[in-house]
Write a protein that binds this ligand. Structure first.
Ligand code: FE2
Length: 342
């Protein structure tokens, strides 16, 4: 199935330090909530580092010798929400909307076919609270967003937003459909140390062997970017790559014909990975077992780039709990970035 030409473009905003600065009220509120929920004083100031609240709260409880699986995680997050609701006046007085944020939301909201929501590490009630307190709630449709209580890994949040958008608007939003493929790995330096915050851009052809830019309807499909977490880990849902022909209607076609070569490229998934102080890596990975591996039209195949895309039969639970109707695949791909200047 292709993306419907009429499907809306979904714009997802981060909240803290993108739209608002919540001021100084958060740290004392987290400390108070932690103490109220556990009876223990929070030893370190709460770290606001972009993780989901679920991950941050889980780590904080564990760091204090507490078991988050014992119902305590839910108690703490409930108390935290109550604490911040009580301090909503303080939040409004001490925080502020960042310059240009309201204008940007207003401007994007006037673009035909665009729907706006949030993708944030905040728990859902806190996302709504902050957006409401700062007068920005009217711009976004909270039903379509993804929140810090959806998943431990922030990289799993887009899939939640897409699933909600599909549920509420009745359209697929993943752009290109085919067999889902879970791609995950770690970005490290050459000494094996994780590289947090590395930017990973990925793109691939759809099940008809075409990239989104080859359609004339302006679609954005089967491409995305994401960032590694503080352990250098990344994960996303793409589609199992399929072969496609390079354009062969001009001189390239004549050249291929003259040399007796096929225009087909072996199935692959493109990556471009960047991080401060590291050399940019542009590469792609291939599907082991693809019969075109030996005849790739642009000679791009290297053995080290051929990966096992493990087929998962229908009914196999997805690692992030995503509901999948049929079979899917998964591929691990660890990435090493060399230092700049090497
Ligand atoms: Fe390609």
């Amino acid at each position: 199935m292709q993306t419907e030409a009429s499907a809306p473009l979904l714009v997802l905003w981060d909240i803290d330090h993108t739209l608002i600065d919540a001021g100084t009220v958060l740290r004392p509120a987290y400390a108070a909530a932690f103490h109220r929920a556990t009876g223990i004083a929070l030893e370190q100031p709460w770290r606001f580092d972009g993780r989901t609240e679920l991950a941050a709260a889980t780590d904080a409880l564990r760091a204090h010798g507490l078991d988050p699986g014992d119902g305590l995680l839910g108690v703490f997050t409930d108390v935290l929400v109550a604490e911040l609701r009580n301090r909503a006046g303080e939040l409004a007085a001490d925080g502020h909307v960042l310059p240009g944020a309201a204008d940007a939301l207003t401007a994007v909201g006037t673009v035909p076919g665009v729907r706006q929501s949030v993708l944030t590490g905040n728990l859902y009630p806190l996302a709504v609270l902050k957006m409401t307190v700062f007068g920005l709630a009217e711009h976004v449709d909270f039903r379509l967003g993804a929140y810090g209580d959806d998943a431990l890994e922030r990289t799993d949040l887009p899939a939640h937003a897409f699933a909600r958008t599909e549920r509420h608007l009745g359209r697929r939003h993943s752009g290109a459909s085919s067999e889902p493929c879970r791609v995950e790995g770690t970005v490290t330096d050459t000494a094996g140390r994780p590289v947090p915050g590395a930017r990973i851009e990925v793109w691939e052809a759809d099940e008809d062997g075409r990239y989104d830019v080859q359609y004339d309807d302006g679609r954005i499909a089967a491409r995305a970017h994401l960032f590694t977490d503080d352990r250098g880990h990344y994960a996303f849902w793409g589609i199992t790559p399929t072969p496609y022909p390079i354009p062969h209607d001009g001189p390239v076609g004549a050249l291929l014909a003259a040399t007796g070569r096929s225009p087909m490229r072996a199935s692959h998934l493109h990556f471009m990975v960047t991080a401060p102080g590291r050399r940019r890596l542009v590469t792609h990975i291939f599907v082991r077992g693809d019969e075109l591996l030996d005849s790739d039209s642009v000679f791009g195949v290297k053995e080290s780039l051929v990966k096992d895309f493990e087929r998962q039969p229908p009914g196999t639970p997805a690692p992030d709990g995503r509901a999948i109707d049929g079979a899917w695949s998964r591929v691990p791909f660890d990435i090493v970035l060399a230092a700049e200047g090497t």
